[in-house]
Design a protein around this ligand. Structure first.
Ligand SMILES: *Cc1c(COP(=O)(O)O)cnc(C)c1O
Length: 421
């Protein structure tokens, strides 16, 4: 079910026409659909209904508190990867016992924050982290529940910048050394070893790599239990991909992912956690941008948008593809033409698409980037002193600005000038 459809010739987010939002907040902006967020969360939740489970939304994908609250009210936990994300989840009302803390470089301060504020578990990624966690837990006077993230050395077959499960990646401990590291953890006074964690990458479009990883986790669970560890929770990560083009073959569905989990580790009787981010938020958001100029170049035409790489960096960073469609529905039979679609930032990398076939759009019109809900707003910056763009949440025929655009004064006044100047 797509909640971004043309109605009466105009693209809507659920029941709100996008030009209405554009008139209210200006362009560019991000807009999210509540119905899509909830639907995607529910698909995962139902896919694990065969067992005790918690779907922990990987909030780094899109972390506005309104999004977190929408998902938390539906029963989601959160996967956080920094102290800031931890505080943001708490601010959105997520209880500590539904927050898992992942990440390869947790500092003592971040660990302290989570131990005092309440945490479901730490997904520990190295021996030195384990030592710090044990020390801080001792200082706080608590026992820290942990899983250890193992690196199963499988090829996730995804973009190199978002693969995390090969032995050359910085994440987790090599699965071959897991028993030794679990023995170390078990000997630490202030740690409670409860499970195993694995996350092999993002935007996976087939189940094979998950299957390889989960079979290794199942085998490790048996070995660790034989070694005397009470392994009772498996955190199986996120990473299920989304369709970025409507023509492409669709990636596996959450239901198939859930069935794979049942098949590979279901017999172990563990509580299951998963950490999907992209699949929950990706197709729940658009970036809407205005066309500033249509410029005819040497043998090619450019659409120059008011959105740029600082607002949506995925094309520049990952060579990512986004569908870009006009907000005014083209008349049937409209001829398409190739355009280079670019932003105004002074970098050649500020190119969203080259020679993309598009119905003609004029200066002043709006275009929408589809599948921009995940790793969009959260990765934006103020490069070129361009204000962070507003985020808007739609629910049925209502919408609300969930992050306003900062003023230029707010941005400029953040700098402080040394007294010698
Ligand atoms: C990024 C990340 C996720 C989410 O990945 P998606 O591809 O967005 O589902 C889950 N777990 C960890 C540890 C991550 O770093």
């Amino acid at each position: 079910m797509d909640h971004f459809l043309y109605q009466n010739g105009v693209l809507h987010a659920e029941d709100v026409p996008l030009p209405e939002i554009a008139a209210a907040v200006g362009t560019p902006f991000y807009v999210y659909s509540t119905a899509t967020l909830l639907r995607h969360f529910t698909l995962f939740d139902e896919a694990l209904n065969w067992t005790d489970h918690l779907v922990c939304y990987a909030m780094k994908a899109a972390s506005n508190q309104a999004i977190l609250k929408t998902l938390a009210q539906a029963g989601a936990g959160m996967d956080v990867v920094s102290g800031g994300e931890y505080l943001r989840a708490k601010a959105a009302g997520v209880p500590g016992d539904r927050i898992v803390f992942s990440g390869v470089g947790k500092t003592a301060e971040e660990i302290h924050m989570a131990l005092t504020g309440g945490i479901r578990q730490f997904n520990v990624e190295s021996e030195p982290e384990m030592v710090v966690l044990n020390r801080v837990a001792g200082e706080v006077g608590v026992t820290a529940p942990i899983t250890i993230r193992v690196n199963p050395d499988v090829d996730a077959k995804t973009h190199a910048k978002i693969a995390t499960g090969k032995s050359e990646n910085k994440f987790g401990i090599p699965i071959a050394r897991a028993r030794e590291v679990y023995a170390m953890a078990a000997a630490m006074e202030h740690l409670d070893v409860i499970g195993i964690d694995v996350h092999i990458g993002s935007q996976l479009t087939e189940l094979g790599p998950f299957e390889q990883a989960y079979l290794k986790v199942a085998e490790l669970t048996e070995q660790l239990r034989a070694d005397g560890h009470d392994i009772r929770r498996l955190d199986l990560g996120g990473g299920l991909g989304i369709p970025y083009t409507r023509s492409n073959e669709a990636p596996p569905l959450p239901m198939e992912f859930g069935a794979l989990i049942q098949r590979t580790v279901g017999h172990l009787g563990c509580e299951i956690e998963i950490e999907p981010g992209r699949l929950i938020a990706g197709n729940a958001g658009l970036m809407v941008s205005g066309v500033i100029y249509v410029k005819s170049g040497e043998g090619r035409d450019f659409l120059i948008l008011d959105g740029a790489m600082n607002d949506l960096i995925r094309p520049a960073m990952y060579e990512a593809y986004h569908d870009i469609i006009p907000v005014t529905e083209p008349a049937p039979g409209t001829e398409q033409a190739p355009f280079d679609i670019v932003g105004p930032v002074c970098e050649s990398g500020d190119t969203f698409a080259k020679q993309r076939m598009m119905p003609p759009v004029a200066a002043g019109e709006l275009v929408a980037f589809r599948s921009a809900g995940a790793y969009g707003a959260v990765m934006s910056s103020e490069y070129n002193t361009r204000p962070l763009i507003p985020e808007v949440l739609v629910k049925g025929d209502q919408y609300a600005v969930i992050r306003p655009r900062p003023t230029f004064d707010e941005i400029i006044n953040r700098d402080t000038i040394p007294e010698w100047l």
